[in-house]
Design a protein around this ligand. Structure first.
Ligand code: 4NP
Length: 153
């Protein structure tokens, strides 16, 4: 049975769709299932933000098929690992956990790598360079995660 990894941000239209596409591109899909969700419900059913679609395409990834959904309490049962982008996502996700085992599934994505900050900044209100920065941060973290998952499978 595949290991299940969930990427979480606020809107599920900018950061976590990129994280889903990037990690998916680095793992064997028969061994690792990757999905994403948002703690907020502002964009349910929508495609990722055009700027995320464009920055992914620039790096050879297609994420335009993804559909925004809201994080649910059952995600903490279903998924083995849940990576969040910032402290606010962390608090909102851990708040849905029923026990210690579920709380321990939730991790800050950038804790996987050395970075000046442990948060992936929200690029929604900024320019395109913010999306490229987010792409690079997520890509570096996902490279480490993919290698670790491959060695532990
Ligand atoms: P994300 O960015 O959490 O990286 O998807 C956001 C997208 C939309 C909103 C906030 C953050 N919003 O408030 O609509």
């Amino acid at each position: 049975m595949a290991l299940k990894v969930l990427m979480v941000c606020l809107g599920n239209i900018c950061r976590s769709p990129l994280a889903e596409g990037i990690l998916e591109s680095k793992v064997d899909p028969t061994e690792v299932f990757v999905d994403s969700a948002g703690t907020g419900g502002y964009h349910i059913g929508e495609r990722p933000d055009e700027r995320s679609i464009d920055v992914a395409a620039k790096h050879g990834l297609s994420i335009g098929h993804q559909k925004c959904r809201k994080l649910t309490p059952s995600d903490l049962d279903t998924f083995d690992l849940i990576y969040v982008m910032d402290q606010s996502n962390y608090q909102n996700t851990v708040a849905l956990a029923k026990n210690k085992q579920q709380r321990e599934k939730v991790r800050l994505l950038l804790d996987e790598i050395y970075s000046e900050t442990n948060e992936v900044p929200d690029p929604y209100y900024g320019g395109l360079d913010g999306f490229e920065n987010v792409y690079q941060l997520i890509d570096t973290a996902c490279e480490t995660i993919a290698k670790r998952l491959q060695n532990n499978l």
